[in-house]
Ligand binder design. Structure first.
Ligand SMILES: Cc1cc2nc3c(=O)[nH]c(=O)nc-3n(C[C@H](O)[C@H](O)[C@H](O)COP(=O)(O)OP(=O)(O)OC[C@H]3O[C@@H](n4cnc5c(N)ncnc54)[C@H](O)[C@@H]3O)c2cc1C
Length: 392
């Protein structure tokens, strides 16, 4: 793979909206991605393997629980810093960002928000340091966009719960020590349970042959009469709103992360357009190629403004789930379109692993599907503005 020469575009001087702390946090993440991710990521994506050696680096840059309070091992940062870290990591690879998103927003967040003090103290510091990795089990083979239909269930057996069912498409599942699992009790109410590797009847087979997010491990969670201790139930929130609250936090991170992937594709295509000579000129001198680049930087700038404004509202606690949906949907769509255009600008070289673009392009096919598909987020916006439910 070519050396990482990335220079971040900032067409509207958005750095003026950031604090010194934001810029320091971003720089640390950017330097780490250049040093520890870019040189190895193509090889790991090619062999479809998660590079476990980067876990400690992710912890060091604050990617595990950026906004979780320091007393629980988190970085105690604000939402914009969280977003900037996700942007920088996804600039390297969406699969690596997925690992960090799951750990922070889908595992640490519910334990912090819905757990009790003993659970916070037991799990959060180990998850923040990367000593333990976590996964989040919501999706099932027959229930993806409609998680409320889930059939995974648990029964009260007096001194423990008995958990049965299966989850599918679970990021980090093959190596996670801890799974936050959403299941229905005997009354059909959804609760979160912390399931640990090693519990009898719990297995995590890996999902192979993915053409997307190849550097992220994906698997199933199988529960065959798993005895879960009663103290592993998250006591402070139940119902579908509990997992959806976690998804809000993760989707917000994705809205920033997708900008990173788009910036990397744009920056690569811009540099290539000045170096690649055809018909005696750099291809960047042709109007058709300039149109692509001009539209890319326009869309990136709009996405940056959307993410920054959403971050300000998240810091104030006023961002709605529907506003987060809009940013996730728009920014991932923006990134996937830019990846496709940038790929074409590199001609044949665009399909090789010499450049990051094809990997970003394939990764974004998952990002546009998970955490609510592109169409589901449109329906969320539609419901929000009309008050009319078009889901069913
Ligand atoms: C690589 C990867 C990692 C993932 N990681 C996780 C994870 O860590 N944890 C987890 O719980 N899940 C995870 N997922 C699952 C992901 O969230 C689901 O794939 C996603 O929610 C879509 O569900 P589905 O695949 O079952 O598609 P379906 O729900 O079957 O949807 C199929 C199509 O139908 C459309 N559709 C569905 N309902 C409607 C409707 N009402 N109106 C119009 N169109 C509709 C959808 O938009 C989609 O285009 C992951 C997925 C992938 C690919």
């Amino acid at each position: 793979m070519k050396p990482d020469l990335f220079e971040a575009p900032d067409y509207y001087n958005l750095d003026e909206l950031l604090s010194d702390e934001h810029k320091l946090v971003r720089q640390a993440a950017r330097d780490w991605v250049k040093r520890d991710v870019s040189p190895i990521i193509e090889e790991y994506a090619q062999k479809a393997e998660f590079p476990e050696q980067i876990i400690s680096g992710l912890a060091e840059i604050g990617a595990f629980g950026p906004y979780i309070p320091e007393e629980y091992g988190g970085a105690g940062l604000d939402q914009i810093s969280y977003g900037l870290i996700m942007q920088e990591i996804e600039r390297g690879d969406s699969g690596v960002r997925s690992t960090a998103s799951v750990q922070s927003s889908l595992v640490m967040y519910p334990i912090w928000k819905y757990g009790n003090e003993e659970q916070r103290k037991k799990y959060l510091p180990k998850l923040a340091s990367g000593e333990w990795m976590g996964c989040f089990g919501l999706t099932e083979p027959d229930h993806g966009s409609n998680p409320g239909g889930m059939t995974t269930n648990f029964k009260d057996k007096g001194d423990h719960y008995l958990l049965n069912g299966a989850k599918m498409w679970i990021s980090n599942a093959p190596f996670a020590q801890v799974a936050v699992v959403w299941a229905k009790n005997e009354e059909g109410r959804i609760h979160g349970l912390i399931v640990e590797r090693g519990m009898e009847g719990f297995s995590t087979p890996e999902t192979h042959n993915k053409w997307s997010l190849r550097a992220s491990a994906t698997g199933e969670l199988i529960f065959d009469n798993v005895k879960v201790p009663k103290e592993n139930l998250l006591p402070n929130k139940s119902g579908l709103g509990a997992p959806l609250g976690c998804l809000d936090s993760a989707r917000y991170g994705i809205a920033w992360g997708a900008i990173g992937a788009a910036m990397d594709c744009y920056d690569t295509a811009l540099r290539y357009s000045k170096e690649r000579i055809q018909f005696g000129k750099p291809i960047g001198q042709f109007q058709l190629q300039q149109k692509k680049l001009a539209e890319m930087i326009t869309e990136i700038t709009k996405a940056q403004l959307l993410a920054w404004r959403l971050g300000v509202m998240r810091n104030a606690g006023t961002a709605t789930s529907a506003q987060i949906s809009m940013a996730k949907r728009n920014n991932v769509d923006m990134a996937i379109n830019i990846a496709r255009e940038a790929r074409q600008m590199l001609g044949g070289m665009g399909i090789t692993g010499e450049y990051s673009i094809m990997r970003h392009s394939m990764n974004l096919e998952s990002v546009i599907t998970y955490e609510g598909t592109h169409d589901i987020h449109l329906l969320i916006t539609g419901l929000d503005i009309t008050g009319l439910n078009a889901f069913q």
